[in-house]
Design a protein around this ligand. Sequence first.
Ligand code: GLN
Length: 306
Amino acid sequence: MDYQKILDTIESEMSYRDVRGKVAAYIPELAKVDPKKFGMHVYCGDQQHFCFGDSEENFSVQSIAKVFSLSMAMILMGEDLWDRVDVEPSGDPFNSLTQLEYEQGVPRNPFINAGALVISDILVDQLENPKEELLSFVRKITDDESIDFDKAVAASEKATGYRNIALVNYMKALGNIKCDVEPIVDFYFHLCSLSMSCKSLAKAFMLYANKGVILETGEQVLSATTVKRINALMQTCGFYDEAGEFSFEVGLPGKSGVGGGIVAIHPHPDRYSVAVWSPILNEKGNSELGMKALEKFTSLTGISVF
Ligand SMILES: NC(=O)CC[C@H](N)C(=O)O
């Protein structure tokens, strides 16, 4: 498979000029990002890298990081986790409050904000230094000690994070939050502020394409069952109320973030991970050009899970 040729085709045929959406503005720091940015990176099971454009520039990964916090919570809690958060697509926007009222404060899945906030509560409750341990986990699976939070993005989201603070308060009232609200949202805003590139995301997500084993070292970090569950959740819930559309167009488990990044994986044995970044979002909060680029990628490679 000539991945570089396929990426070159995508780069030459697609542009930010083809899309109409807008860069996320509800987090003021994200509104400053250049909408013209476009990069893509593929990492394969034989450790080959292919890329184009701004693939090595760091951006705010936002909700993509919810996959890392979920992984850590599954290591800590195993199947008991599912008493606190469900595994169903929500069909609602990522920051919605409505389902919580008639579902007694149990979020539909770990990738909507409510679910990721319950996961944050678990990590804050059970870990000595949750932010440091999150960084250690991500640095280890990426083999990159330079990965860090973007403090300006975390502060910007904290200053405007009324909905997320409301979600935690509401779930606390319904008995599904143990810790104080402040440390939970502080952890969550730092989680979302993680700054990574397409290259580092593709490296990190090879773990999920490779049955929980770090490709380069052979270390088993997550069990095969855990990875099966996380990939299933990425497939069914990774794009909120556009999860069906992403499955339909791209056909891979994946996760998006309002920073304009998308990462997707093809599991063992034809393993690859692919990350794309274009900050212009569609109305569902997913990268408009990123989705189109991934649709083209799986059409041209002919490799998707379906
Ligand atoms: N979809 C996203 O990337 C949302 C994450 C963002 N930090 C929020 O809580 O609103």
